[in-house]
Ligand binder design. Structure first.
Ligand code: GRG
Length: 296
């Protein structure tokens, strides 16, 4: 299997669907809809949607049925990036290779673009189009998982602890809390949503949950490492910012070597979780390796 081709094909499918689901720029309020589109359509790896589609196939379903849910997930992810880049949070000027939303549209409009993306994600999740593709009970469970993992028990909770930890010495359990919530939660929710949409039974759901947990934490550790050794041009954002801000990261707490060792260990845990699954889980296997080896 060619992972590059898989990522390209699924990414294009998501980009086309996002273009269809996002409000058009010529609909009032123009500036708000432009800001939403500016950040979502700026590129990005589409890792969460691709993981969701891959998990759906691994569980025996057709990836097509999870596309609206995957687009909603990308909208939630993009909202979090817009808000994270604001001066009140990480104060970043570049994201996805272009000036951040607030640099182009102003802070107030960036706040609103993030708010609207989060809200529109749930409009999409509860829309007739999404309901036509998934059984009612499955969709209800998926919406519950995504809402939980996006809120104060998930990503927003992780972000809150991350902000409070800035410039302070923190312990390893707090760092794991930040990473598994701030970043891991949406990655896990993507895998779980895909698994349910694919018709996973409880055993397969449990295997894919273990995969999602390990892959989510590995992704954030790899992100910490890239902030130390990554290439700004490839990443489309500044590097070295974590250290400058006194951010809680794996390299800061344990050193670069140990951070790399832990990322590889988590990749292996993710791969082990997939062992009972059929050949259709091959894309998930390769994505686990990509997450740790990536340069973007
Ligand atoms: C503001 C509620 C709120 C949450 C922010 C996502 C997040 C929580 C903060 C982003 C800070 C950050 C850069 C974390 C590192 C991990 C991460 C989420 C990286 C960005 O995700 P990618 O690499 O980005 O998948 P693309 O652009 O490829 O989609």
């Amino acid at each position: 299997m060619d992972l590059k081709a898989f990522l390209k094909e699924k990414g294009e499918c998501i980009n086309q669907a996002l273009d269809r689901f996002l409000p058009a720029e010529d609909i009032i309020p123009h500036n708000l809809h432009q800001a939403m589109r500016y950040s979502v359509m700026a590129g990005g790896k589409r890792l969460r949607p691709v993981l969701m589609m891959a998990a759906c196939e691994a569980a025996g379903g057709e990836a097509e049925r999870v596309v609206p849910v995957a687009c909603a997930m990308e909208m939630i992810h993009t909202y979090s990036l817009i808000h994270d880049d604001l001066p009140a949070m990480d104060d970043d000027d570049f994201r996805r290779g272009r000036p951040t939303c607030h640099k182009v549209f102003g802070e107030a409009m960036a706040v609103l673009a993030g708010d609207a993306l989060l809200t529109e994600a749930f409009v999409l999740l509860s829309s007739p189009e999404t309901a036509r593709r998934l059984p009612h009970g499955t969709l209800r469970r998926i919406i519950h998982i995504i809402a939980r993992k996006a809120g104060s028990f998930g990503m927003v909770g992780g972000q809150a602890v991350d902000i409070e930890a800035e410039g302070k010495a923190i312990d390893s359990p707090t760092l794991d809390y930040i990473h598994t919530h701030k970043t891991g939660a949406l990655i896990l929710a993507s895998v779980q949503a895909g698994a349910l949409a694919g018709g996973a039974d409880e055993a397969v759901f449990a295997h894919l949950t273990r995969y999602g947990e390990a892959a989510g934490l590995a992704f954030q550790i790899a992100d910490d490492i890239l902030d130390v050794v990554g290439d700004e041009k490839l990443l489309g954002k500044k590097v070295g910012v974590d250290e400058a801000r006194g951010k809680a990261t794996y390299p800061a707490l344990f050193g670069l070597m140990e951070a790399k060792r832990r990322a590889v260990e988590l990749r292996d845990l993710a791969l082990a979780a997939l062992e009972p699954l059929p050949a259709a889980a091959e894309p998930l296997r390769q994505i686990a390796c990509y997450i740790v080896d990536r340069t973007t």
